[in-house]
Ligand binder design. Structure first.
Ligand code: SAH
Ligand code: SF4
Ligand code: F3S
Length: 444
């Protein structure tokens, strides 16, 4: 098959982990001679990298896959591939090709690295190539990457999850926790810095349990080692589990001049009864103690979180506990979700599923409460000058954008060549979450 001038279009759903997996898919397709297009219609291969964390994520992906039916009818050689978390669910791949018979390739989360072989198999005129295997304990290093988020480079530190929160599908579709070796992580970070990347984000479903399967190293050690690399760059990591956040790690964050003053610490609920049902292994008191400890070491640290409403049996009182904790902690940002039952998880079978209208009312109240806090914190930025790493250009706003060490986004006017530079920006206007400012000077 001649792959010259062929184009690929990648459509990604879900978390940062998935975004990074798509960079690997892009790398594999580029090695094959494909170039990228954002336009589905001009693509020779369309790859969906899916998410199944909530029902609406699945619906969205299925809707967009279905929409390709007529494109495929008019373009017989078009290859449609679907991978990611959705396809890794038991029995799902078969159901998917039954529903959408025009799909050519289905691959699971453990089969991404084999995508090249799957493409070759497809070129042998196989109708549906399906490759969804159970996870194994090996980590495949050396997959090429087509990075798409300069000046930030994503770096996996561990894969999978062992926590089995009762609502969550991730452990079923991503397999057990596996840590990459310190050397692999360090050499990837070094390569990024050598190539001009200015921000590194270490990725794992729970970075705090990094190294448990390796033995003599933990995430605090790893963070310390990455921080020691030469060059001016920022270091971020996500995401954390409150049950595993150690004082050693808090100290390591504090002592590292590269690590940003922000941490994402998913709370999920402020009710001890619900936290127990969720199998989270901490209480609201434990969570508050961690917040206190973080602020003891770093009084200015920005704490962001994930919160869910409408978990089975959640009462108004439970929800009030969540709301009161949110008010107490004063988060710098919160992702809020309505609980969505996921097939195969224990919570989906629990009695006391909450009607949608109640969950909706709760989430609106929660969002209002957090929005007020966002506005309050934004106001404190007025007339201050902050160091921002310019990470892109927003065509709609016609402004450059970048975040400060706390993760707060600022927009500003500027000339070409700013992306990847540290700039000092004076904030002139504040809104909900984002800030508007003017460049004072441009650094490295
Ligand atoms: N490993 C990460 C979470 C990954 S999923 C962690 O533990 O922090 C991101 C967020 O999605 C979770 O924090 C949770 O708030 C939300 N989420 C997970 N499963 C969900 C479900 N079934 N319904 C609604 N939200 C869910
Ligand atoms: Fe899901 Fe819990 Fe694992 Fe996060 S820690 S991925 S919420 S099971
Ligand atoms: Fe991420 Fe969604 Fe999978 S949140 S790990 S892409 S289920």
């Amino acid at each position: 098959m001649d792959y010259c001038n062929k184009k690929y279009c990648l459509i990604t759903y879900g978390c940062q982990m998935n975004l990074h997996e798509s960079e690997k898919l892009g790398g594999i397709l580029s090695e094959f001679g494909y170039t990228e297009t954002k336009d589905v219609k001009s693509a020779d291969i369309v790859v969906f990298n899916t998410c199944c964390i909530r029902e609406n994520a699945e619906k969205k992906a299925e809707g967009n896959i279905g929409a390709l039916k007529s494109l495929k009818r008019n373009k017989k050689d078009l290859i449609i591939a679907v991978g990611g978390c959705m396809t890794q669910q038991k029995g799902y791949a078969e159901k998917l090709v039954e529903k959408f018979p025009f799909i050519d390739i289905v691959f699971g989360t453990h089969n991404l690295e084999d995508f090249k072989e799957l493409l070759l198999r497809k070129s042998e005129n196989v109708k549906h190539v399906i490759s969804v295997s159970e996870g194994d304990s090996r980590i495949k290093e050396g997959t090429p990457k087509m990075r798409s988020s300069f000046p930030n480079g994503w770096v996996n530190v561990n894969y999978g999850c062992n926590n089995f929160c009762t609502y969550c599908i991730v452990p079923y579709v991503r397999g057990r926790e596996k840590s990459r070796s310190v050397d692999s992580v360090i050499s990837e970070c070094k390569e990024l810095i050598d190539n001009g990347y200015k921000e590194i984000t270490l990725l794992g479903q729970n970075v705090n349990s990094y190294g448990r399967d390796l033995g003599d190293v933990d995430f605090a050690d790893l963070l310390g080692k990455v921080s020691e690399l030469d060059g001016k760059f920022r270091l971020r990591f996500m995401t954390n589990h409150p049950k595993d956040l150690s004082e050693k790690l808090i100290r390591a964050i504090c002592e590292s001049d590269k690590t940003c003053r922000s941490i994402h610490l998913p709370l999920q609920s402020g009710s001890n009864r619900i936290l127990k049902l969720m199998n989270r292994h901490y209480t609201r008191e434990d969570y508050l103690r961690e917040v206190e400890l973080l602020r003891k070491y770093m009084p200015d640290i920005a704490i962001t979180t994930d919160i869910m409403v409408g978990f089975p049996t959640e009462t108004d009182e439970d929800f009030m506990d969540t709301l009161s904790l949110v008010k107490k902690v004063k988060f710098a940002g919160a992702f809020t979700f309505v609980y969505s039952p996921r097939g195969g998880t224990p919570a989906a079978k629990m009695e006391g599923q909450i009607p949608e209208e109640i969950s909706k009312r709760r989430i609106m109240e929660l969002i209002d409460c957090q929005n007020a806090e966002n506005r309050r914190q934004s106001k404190e930025y007025l007339n201050k000058t902050i160091e921002v790493l310019c990470e892109g250009f927003d065509k709609k706003k016609n402004k450059f954008l970048g975040r400060d060490t706390y993760g707060r986004m600022a927009y500003f006017s500027g000339v070409e060549g700013l992306i990847g530079k540290f700039v000092n920006v004076k904030i002139t206007k504040t809104g909900g979450m984002s800030l508007l400012g003017e460049i004072v000077d441009i650094g490295e």
